[in-house]
Design a protein around this ligand. Structure first.
Ligand SMILES: Cc1ncc(COP(=O)(O)O)c(C=O)c1O
Length: 431
């Protein structure tokens, strides 16, 4: 079996996500045979350092021995069971642990199986909360440059150019306020205040990606915006949804990004890293007060009847419990401090390059924004190809290169990731 035979076979059948398939006329699609720790390996024995945690999901490396063992153990007794009318210990344990780890008001957990679905759930619940009290609030507010997923509701609250524009005619109406990552914090707060004022009584919730707008070019902002936004949401009586699908589980340096703002959202959406990159799973956490708004006799019709076939998948919950074990047993938030400092220190030299506009970092997420390139040049694609040839897997967002490595990266692997990238950007600068 070679890379090429598998690629040809793949191209005969598969339409890949987030891809223009025509690109693969010139850009090889890489069949991956196996992976271990920080590395993924193709069928020709080429190894690639996974610097983006396989789309931000992997936390403790590939085929992690501990997570493998916990999933195998679970596999012996129960792989999955319908989650309506039935329950299982892995989901109960996981819920108890997540409630203990997240801000105090968040006491209840609703399960789904991907990040977009978690957003749908938070949007629908926030709408229905008011509906159950006889009030219709058909509007959701999000930030400019935001990304919350690809399903229709999640896309509607996103602000992602081409990805969204095509579907404008069929999306629910949402309003975007200025992003604190793009304008000053004061301006962003004023923008939000104006939006909430203008649509007073119509807005169910405000949804944000705390601290880092990841798909939106890794744009970053301060925790103080979230603290102020919380006060604004309270003043206008609207819910605050924190989409920590990407930034949860230590990515910004704390277990959850909202911790840095010292607030609790009304809804907290988690996915991606929750299973360490093993299985699709997502959860939405909310308060008892919200839970109680749906609690009544069945015929009153106020329950939240959302469901997905794989909701609360047992193997995924076992993986998630294993992930929390590793956080506890290996004191990951603490040990990541060294990785964070090392990335900060070693990426400073990019600042001296003329084709670098900005180097920004929040915890374990670091972005290097290039300047002076047109969209047609597809400079990100060039960087991707050059890095891959050197055994480093990057996936730039346009002209923004970023690092979001798993928490198993050694100092040497972090160094390789940064040194290889520097070499490529420096060569581009001299071109
Ligand atoms: C902040 C954020 N929310 C939601 C999603 C959607 O998650 P999923 O791809 O699992 O549907 C993503 C995916 O990248 C994301 O970054």
């Amino acid at each position: 079996m070679t890379n090429n035979t598998l690629m040809q076979e793949d191209l005969r059948y598969i339409f890949h996500p987030c891809s223009q398939m025509k690109d693969h006329e010139t850009l090889p699609l890489i069949p991956i045979k196996q992976a271990k720790g920080s590395y993924i390996e193709d069928y020709e024995g080429n190894r690639y350092l996974d610097c983006i945690s396989s789309w931000w999901v992997n936390l403790f490396g590939h085929t992690n021995a501990y997570i493998n063992a916990k999933i195998s153990e679970q596999l012996e007794t129960l792989e999955h069971v319908i989650f309506a009318g039935f329950t299982h210990k892995p989901a109960i344990d996981l819920s108890r642990r997540l409630v203990a780890l997240t801000p105090e008001p968040l006491q209840k957990v609703f399960f789904a199986d991907n990040g977009s679905s978690a957003i749908e759930i938070a949007l629908k619940m926030s709408f229905q909360y008011f509906k159950n009290q006889g009030e219709s609030r058909p509007l959701f507010v999000s930030l400019e440059n935001s990304y919350h997923g690809e399903t229709m509701g999640a896309l509607a609250v996103s602000d992602t150019g081409l990805y969204k524009e095509i579907y404008t005619d069929i999306l629910i109406t949402t309003v975007q306020a200025a992003s604190p990552a793009l304008v000053s914090e004061d301006e962003a707060i004023e923008s939000m205040r104006r939006v909430l004022q203008k649509h007073q009584g119509k807005v169910a919730s405000v949804v944000i990606e705390p601290l880092v707008q990841c798909a939106g070019s890794m744009m970053m902002y301060n925790a103080s915006y979230i603290t102020r936004l919380r006060a604004l949401c309270d003043a206008f009586g609207v819910f605050l949804i924190a989409d920590e699908v990407a930034v949860g589980f230590g990515r910004t340096g704390t277990m959850f990004a909202v911790e840095q703002a010292g607030i609790s959202p009304d809804f907290l959406c988690l996915s991606k890293g929750i299973t360490g990159g093993y299985m699709p799973l997502s959860v939405v956490l909310f308060s008892n007060e919200i839970y109680n708004a749906f609690y009544c006799d069945y015929h009153e019709g106020k329950s939240f009847l959302d469901s997905h076939s794989y909701t609360g998948n047992t193997l995924a919950c076992a993986a998630a419990n294993a992930v929390l074990d590793i956080f506890e047993n290996e004191n990951i938030i603490e040990t990541n401090r060294t990785r964070i400092a090392l990335m900060r220190e070693q990426t400073q030299k990019f600042r001296t390059l003329k084709n670098v506009k900005e180097v920004r970092q929040r915890g374990m997420i670091c972005a290097i924004e290039l300047q002076g390139y047109t969209a047609e040049e597809r400079i990100g694609l060039h960087v991707f190809q050059e890095a891959l040839a050197k055994g480093v897997y990057l996936r730039p967002l346009g002209h923004v290169i970023y690092f979001m490595p798993p928490y198993c990266f050694t100092p040497q692997e972090l160094h390789t990731m940064i040194a290889v990238t520097y070499e490529i950007v420096d060569a581009l600068c001299k071109r």
